[in-house]
Design a protein around this ligand. Structure first.
Ligand code: CO8
Length: 257
């Protein structure tokens, strides 16, 4: 795998992608986003990988889209490059993705983290949508996902002023699932990923899908959708195995089918 802007490794059943442009705080240019999507799609197709972690460095998860690269772009160039289309591809990855966030997590970086399924943050993490300060606005989901996460009033304040919130406020408002000291955030995310990776793979994939549907469906539609996926899981060998293992007080051996 020939990547220049990210580092890709596999530990156990966890695929790791590190954004690797530390000098510019992991600013997301076209090359990074293209490589990131390719790595995620390769992990999604690799049966040995059951959960994915995206991280940056202690100082920055990512400070957002690469402003240098965008600064002279015309609308037609933006449309043709369709960088934001990459985010749709991240959203379509079937395996769970954890964002391990430390330091700056801003603009497109915050939008990337919010596109992931779980955010584990270090105490130093700062989240924000500062696009307003450079004459634009969030374009890759910030107005929608941040609003759903923290509520309209606080999201409006953050989007309209470009100010950041810290890890503890992000935790209190449900934007992140846990906050740990900076020296532990990556290990914490990896441990959580290993825990998820140890669960029945098809059930994990469908459970992720169902939780994400909660943002897109009415309650009645969502409940029906969930019920169909639940019934479907009774067609898997892992359902038989999981329940038999429970009844016979032994550890389940998942087959992923
Ligand atoms: N793009 C390009 N370079 C950046 C970016 C960025 N987003 N952020 C930081 N850098 C560079 C700086 O230019 C600097 O480079 P150099 O050393 O060559 O001067 C280096 O990173 C270090 O940055 P600072 O010296 O500024 O470090 P500070 O600690 O003083 O400040 C900040 C850190 C507060 C994070 C500051 O760098 C900053 O405000 N950065 C810009 C944040 C921002 O506005 N982000 C939003 C960008 S727009 C966006 O994300 C739109 C998304 C839409 C779709 C996404 C598709 C991919």
């Amino acid at each position: 795998m020939d990547y220049e802007n990210i580092l890709v490794t596999i530990e156990g059943a966890v695929g790791l992608v590190q954004l690797n442009r530390p000098k510019v705080l992991n600013a997301l240019n076209g090359a990074v986003t293209g490589e990131l999507v390719r790595a995620l799609q390769e992990f999604d197709a690799n049966d040995a990988v059951r959960c994915i972690v995206i991280h940056g460095h202690a100082r920055a998860f990512s400070a957002g889209a690469d402003i240098d690269e965008m600064s002279k772009a015309s609308p037609v160039e933006m449309l043709r490059a369709n960088r934001i289309g990459h985010w749709d591809r991240v959203r379509k990855i079937g395996k769970p993705i954890i964002a391990a966030v430390s330091g700056f997590c801003l603009g497109g970086g915050c939008e990337l983290a919010m596109t992931c399924d779980i955010i584990v943050a270090s105490e130093t993490a700062q989240f924000g949508q500062p696009e307003i300060n450079i004459g634009v606005m969030p374009g890759a989901g910030g107005t929608q996902r941040l609003t759903r996460a923290v509520g309209k009033s606080r999201a409006m304040e953050l989007v309209l002023t470009g100010k950041f919130i810290g890890a503890n406020e992000a935790l209190a408002r449900g934007l992140v699932s846990r906050v740990v000291p900076v020296e532990l955030y990556l290990a914490e995310a990896k441990n959580l990923a290993q825990e998820i990776a140890a669960r029945a793979p098809v059930a994990v994939r469908l459970a992720k899908e169902a939780v994400n549907k909660a943002y897109e469906m009415t309650l009645t539609e969502g409940l029906e959708y969930e019920r169909r996926l639940f019934y479907f899981l009774f067609a898997t060998e892992d359902q038989k195995e999981g329940m038999d293992a429970f009844v016979n007080k032994r550890k389940a051996e998942w087959k992923g089918k």
